[in-house]
Design a protein around this ligand. Structure first.
Ligand code: C2O
Ligand code: CU
Length: 467
């Protein structure tokens, strides 16, 4: 894996010089002065992930001294208010932080070479932005992404709205695998033959870095469960047993009409917000299950405690809506985007963690992303106009396709009935063609890629330019 050679470092710092903003000397978490933005630090730790032994070289984020819970903290921001953090890199390799699903300024988007330079070991970068949408989002690196997310760097970011309804309890669940051997240590993050198919699966499946955690919740109460699939590969078919639930938001965006949860497919990068109605009697167990045929598993469970609050799902208040620009479909420009395999298997040089292969392409061009010489944009869009992304999947695999900086609204699919949801990620199935409407209201270069990270890093990446 070509990551950091001296020559590449020099090349990268030449690029870094072109940006410059936001670089400061990094203080330690302990040396925080009043008035400084809160710190967010990435570092390497040992942690228990498989319930058996400590895993070395785990990567995590922290906002304070590491406590008993080693996983990246759930960050909280408020809609319409500035969120500021000084990110400090204590890893031994460069990184950046991307705020997945947030429609914020391009300079804060955290994509090396496209929006900012690397944050080198020991350096820091000040991120500040004002989220326009409330909901469940997340943050993760966009550099050497398979290794860095694979080793732990992925956290939930909740944007609150003062008008958000209050529930009887709230549980945040980050679902992900780790690839560990029997000795609890990391094994190779991917197998090339799997990267060329649906991706390489982890060996230890967790929710909140635990094999199958259980949470207490008030009997008869309404619990908001925020679910993030932060895995690099795995799709979940989620179902609840032992209670009823409503889907209230998908990918951070409140759904126009809440829907009962039957089974929801949630792919890497996506979020699902449920309101679960706990059973009335104490001691009942509600299980959140992944029922994908080859891999059924109880992901997490909830146990009712106390005397019943006697609520019902009919009492669930609507979430405050997010301000989405309305696409003008009568005036939309069509952009064809074909997702395919590529014949070219040559290693692409990327100093941000090349996997050494290209298996995938968008419009026939394989691009691993995060390289100092970005290819041409997939499309140029004019600020304020509506575009229809005609995305066609000619591969036999599903791809959770994700765009930065703007949302799309699903308009039509060739193979299924779809809801006109606004989102940052669309899971396109094999042989599906989908029309995704985008209002180009946020200027900048925005990455568009598959969120199965092996696909992203072996070619299924591109970007659009909004000017
Ligand atoms: Cu989670 Cu490029 O994104
Ligand atoms: Cu993919």
């Amino acid at each position: 894996m070509a990551l950091l050679t001296r020559r590449n470092l020099l090349k990268a710092s030449a690029v870094a010089g072109a940006y410059g903003a936001g670089m400061t000397l990094a203080p330690r978490l302990s040396a925080l002065a009043a008035g400084d933005p809160a710190l967010l630090e990435a570092s390497i730790i040992e942690a228990m992930l498989d319930g058996k032994g400590k895993t070395r070289n785990v990567m995590t984020y922290a906002t304070g001294p590491l406590g008993a819970d080693p996983m990246p903290p759930v960050l909280r921001a408020r809609r319409g208010e500035t969120f500021a953090t000084r990110f400090v890199n204590r890893l031994d390799e460069p990184t950046t932080v991307h705020w997945h699903g947030l429609r914020i300024d391009n300079a804060m988007d955290g994509v090396p070479f496209i929006t900012q330079p690397y944050v080198y070991p020991g350096d820091s970068f000040d991120y500040a932005f004002t989220p326009p949408d409330a909901g469940t989002f997340w943050y993760h690196p966009h550099c050497n992404t398979l290794t860095q997310i694979g080793r732990g760097l992925a956290g939930m970011l909740i944007v609150e709205d003062p008008k958000d309804p209050v529930f009887d309890a709230e549980v945040a669940l980050t679902l992900r695998d780790f690839r560990l051997g029997g000795d609890s240590q990391f094994i190779d993050q991917f197998k090339a033959r799997d990267a060329a198919k649906s991706g390489t699966f982890g060996t230890v499946r967790t929710a909140n870095w635990q094999p199958s955690p259980s949470y207490d919740a008030p009997s008869g109460g309404l619990v908001r469960v925020r679910i993030l699939v932060a895995d690099v590969t795995r799709l979940y078919n989620l179902r609840l047993s032992g209670a009823e639930a409503l889907i209230v938001a998908i990918d951070g965006q409140p759904v126009p009409v809440t829907m009962p949860l039957d089974m929801a497919v949630v792919s890497p990068g996506q979020r699902l917000d449920l309101v679960v109605h706990m059973p009335d009697s104490e001691g009942q167990v509600v299980a959140l299950e992944d029922i994908r045929p080859s891999t059924p598993k109880t992901v997490a469970s909830f146990r009712s405690v106390g005397s019943s609050l006697k609520r019902s799902l009919g009492d669930v208040p609507p979430l405050a809506v997010n301000p989405a620009p309305e696409p003008d479909l009568s005036n939309a420009t069509q952009i064809p985007l074909v997702l395919s395999a590529t014949a070219e298997e040559a290693a692409k040089d990327s100093i941000c963690g090349s996997l050494g292969y290209s298996f995938w392409a968008i419009n026939k061009v394989p691009y691993p992303g995060d390289t100092p010489d970005p290819m041409a944009p997939l499309a140029e869009m004019k600020l304020g106009r509506t575009y229809l992304l005609n995305v066609e999947n000619v591969t036999p695999h599903a791809h959770p396709i994700h765009i930065h900086g703007v949302n799309f609204k699903a308009v039509a699919s060739s193979t299924r009935k779809i809801l006109p949801l606004v989102s940052d990620t669309y899971l396109i199935l094999p042989d599906e063609k989908v029309q995704l409407a985008v209002v180009a209201d946020n200027p900048g270069d925005w990455v568009f890629h598959c969120h199965i990270i092996e696909h992203q890093k072996t070619g299924m990446t591109g970007y659009v330019r909004i000017v």
